[in-house]
Design a binder for this molecule. Sequence first.
Ligand SMILES: Cc1cc2nc3c(=O)[nH]c(=O)nc-3n(C[C@H](O)[C@H](O)[C@H](O)COP(=O)(O)OP(=O)(O)OC[C@H]3O[C@@H](n4cnc5c(N)ncnc54)[C@H](O)[C@@H]3O)c2cc1C
Length: 420
Amino acid sequence: MSEVNNKKHIAVVGAGIIGINCAVELQARGYQVTLIDKGAVGEGCSKANAGHFATEQILPLAEPSILLQLPKMLLNPLGPVALSPKHFPKSFPWFIKFIANMFQSKRSKNIQALKNINKHAIDYYKPLLKAAEAEHLLIEKGSLLVYENTPLEKIKKQHQAYLKQGIKVKLLDKGQTLLLEPNLHRNIQYSLYFTEVAHTLNPLALSQKLNEFGQALGYTFKSFNVKTINHSDSQVELSDGEECLTFDHVVISTGAWSETLLKQLNYKLPIEAERGYSLDLSEQTKNQLNRPVASAERRFIITPMSHGLRLAGTAEFAGLTQTANMKRAATLHKNAQFILNELPKLSEEKSHAWMGCRPSLPDSLPVICSAPNHKNITFALGHQHLGLTLGAISGKLIGQIISNEKTAIDISPFSISRFN
Ligand SMILES: Cc1cc2nc3c(=O)[nH]c(=O)nc-3n(C[C@H](O)[C@H](O)[C@H](O)COP(=O)(O)OP(=O)(O)OC[C@H]3O[C@@H](n4cnc5c(N)ncnc54)[C@H](O)[C@@H]3O)c2cc1C
């Protein structure tokens, strides 16, 4: 822990899993922290996600084979990827950058960066959850990626690709898969078993427990919608249009909503709200699975949580403000009927549907860095599909950056400079 500048008053704007982790880490380092959000703690994208500490996801979404599949996917409004025609002009530059990241040289660098940050992500959570008395929320039973009809040769190639990157994974046949998860549908032929990943029983409870811990350490929470940000050499001023708050340093962790604030500081941020959906099933489904099960062909995941199964996934490019299309959440239930042996009918279910905006950048890497032209502003945003996974390590890195310490990993790939 650094003793330098430990009386600095720091605002962390955005109380999602990333902001909460930053605030806890900074408060533990002796800074005086105010965590700010326009809504409630943990109720943005971090609220009802799939709860998967997905350290195996080191392959960026921008991969060439998706180009062939994309037109077919986009034609189906309830398919795994959807693009709103109204939103298309706004998202077009993002897609161009996304395609540019498919080139091998960029892709290899992005894989390396994701590998580095994912590698110890779960280890960073463990002491933190212990201190916050929330260890019970982290379950280490691995996860399965199941296949219904993909040819074995193709699955073997995927298996080898993960092994080549150092991911611990086993290829299981039908019998071995059913031994681990007896309630899976007999459609399932093979699976990849990722042995070193984990899941949480409740992402919102995890955020809330960490927030309680942070408040016990001494940080305060303020409900405030930051509309403008002004900067001088010694201070940063945040305003909601009526009230003005002044801090020595500000961390911006506003997830998918970050573009407006960064624009005021003259930084370009090609961020898309990659909207995903989840559907919670009733408590009677609670014991059907032991670990998260993702479907390779249907592109969604089922996670056993404390309240029952959660079905989650899909990517919809429709901006921050369009009304959610809850039919997409109901489609998850249709797909789950092919993955699970017995699933209560949706009409008989007391299900709960949700939509969250993933903060996605075209290279699948987050932004974790000091603002290059503003010495008292730091960014922790753009964690796309991995915000829960990378919460603890992102908080640690932000603490190290602000305390001028050597960071635990090389953070140069996560600089905002790559877009500016
Ligand atoms: C369906 C789905 C499933 C997912 N599954 C997983 C998974 O299994 N594993 C995983 O690791 N990740 C998963 N994710 C991704 C993960 O949920 C996100 O990456 C993560 O929640 C992002 O956290 P965040 O703190 O950056 O953003 P958020 O949680 O969205 O928090 C940002 C906060 O900033 C606040 N804010 C914004 N603007 C302002 C402002 N101007 N003033 C004040 N406050 C502001 C918002 O109110 C919000 O509370 C999933 C996402 C979805 C949608």
